[in-house]
Design a protein around this ligand. Structure first.
Ligand SMILES: [Fe+2]
Length: 392
């Protein structure tokens, strides 16, 4: 199980460099299994990992569902399944996978609050925002340092348009989410999103420098780089000068730019290349993705269709945005707008693409499009200062 655990960690990283390690580890597990009998749960994990290495995340999702049907309190399968749902943009199963297992969990179990934290996030992604907030807050009562529950509540409050309350919530709990854990940069950008809405740019930059891309971090995880691009691109769209931060972020992205492993990452790398003016890296990224989608051997990966239909067109659109070809951006993003969910992430993360389209629409005077986009946004969050400002 230790090898199984580590292989899950390698694959959930969305980083091809770690996936290579997973391949070696699966071989070790295979050898161990040949030497001694293993139980059904171990076998089901092994099967799921073999599928995962092949890259079809929809099949991994099913394999983990099958495991959970037999072992609903397997926290590893539950957590990995939750992440897979997130990577697939499966906003139904991200809620229902957890919901179907909750009755088997003892509320006194030390991991129960983590299960409820996952349920809270699943509810939020399934548009049950009020319930998500309640469930997440209840989980935090028993474990205030559960950073996933904090994250779930941050999402729920943002979707409910409770920006001041969200900013207070994140700032008051800063010590609970900002100690060493994998989600520091991500919870920092949720705080930044609230501060952006409040127009507190200085605080945004401070949070970015302290938690998203601190100078001491030599080799940030890809999630940290995604968070960095996501936060700075929103400022880029508003023509905010962020000094040399884009350059620094782009330099961190360079070693992973040729992965074509998870389209969501590629798009965020492209933001850094475009905004830092690195045309060479941006062109190389397009070449990498084109090469990836013409290789028949990649077709079995769920990332293949997503790259072809969503990731690559968005990368082209971002490049055009950098060249100020705003009408082109509109032409490229409008047809795939309803497909963007396929590259995973949360509603809040995907909003960066919606904002790109809106800004391109405004700058290319696409009046009817921008009116429609703004009506949609205002219907959801009428009190958003960002939405109201764009209304003019
Ligand atoms: Fe998030």
């Amino acid at each position: 199980m230790a090898h199984i655990f580590k292989t899950h960690m390698d694959l959930v990283s969305t980083d091809r460099r770690y996936a290579k390690g997973a391949k070696k580890r699966l071989k070790i597990i295979d050898e161990i299994m040949a030497m001694r009998p293993c139980n059904r749960r171990e076998k089901l994990h092994f099967q799921a990992l073999k599928i995962w290495l092949g890259g079809d995340l929809w099949k991994v999702s099913k394999a983990l569902d099958e495991l959970l049907e037999k072992f609903p309190t397997d926290i590893l399968a539950l957590w990995m399944g939750h992440q897979i749902d997130f990577y697939l943009g499966d906003s139904k199963n991200i809620r229902d996978r957890i919901a179907s297992c909750i009755p088997y969990w003892d509320p006194e179990h030390p991991l129960y609050s983590f299960v409820m934290g996952m349920y809270s996030f699943g509810l939020e992604e399934a548009h049950e925002f009020e319930k998500a907030e309640d469930v997440g807050m209840a989980a935090l009562e028993s474990n205030p340092e559960d950073v996933w529950s904090i994250h779930a509540v941050a999402h729920a409050l943002e979707m409910l348009g409770r920006f001041d309350r969200g900013a207070d919530f994140m700032e008051n709990r800063l010590h609970d989410w900002s100690e060493i854990n994998f989600l520091v940069s991500h919870n920092a950008i949720h705080t930044i999103l609230y501060r952006l809405e409040q127009g507190q740019l200085d605080r945004c930059v401070q949070l970015f420098d302290t938690f998203v891309l601190p100078k001491c971090e030599k080799k940030p995880a890809l999630l940290g780089l995604v968070d960095g691009s996501s936060a700075l691109w929103r400022l880029f769209l508003e023509d905010v000068d962020v000094g040399d931060r884009w350059l620094e972020l782009a330099n961190h992205w360079h070693p992973s730019a040729d992965q074509a492993f998870y389209s969501f990452n590629d798009v965020h790398a492209m933001m850094a290349f475009v905004a830092s003016g690195d045309d060479k890296a941006a062109d190389a990224m397009i070449d990498t993705l084109n090469a990836y989608i013409v290789a028949p051997s990649n077709q079995a990966e769920s990332n293949y269709g997503v790259t072809r239909d969503v990731g690559l067109p968005i990368c082209h659109a971002l490049k055009s945005y950098g060249r100020k070809e705003y009408a082109k951006v509109v032409d490229m993003l409008v047809p795939i707008r309803d497909q963007v969910i396929r590259f995973g992430g949360s509603h809040a993360q995907r909003d960066v693409i919606e904002r790109t389209l809106l800004e391109a629409g405004l700058r290319s005077s696409s009046k009817s499009l921008t009116e429609m986009l703004l009506s949609e946004r205002l219907a959801q969050r009428p009190n958003s200062i960002y939405n109201l400002a764009k209304l003019g």
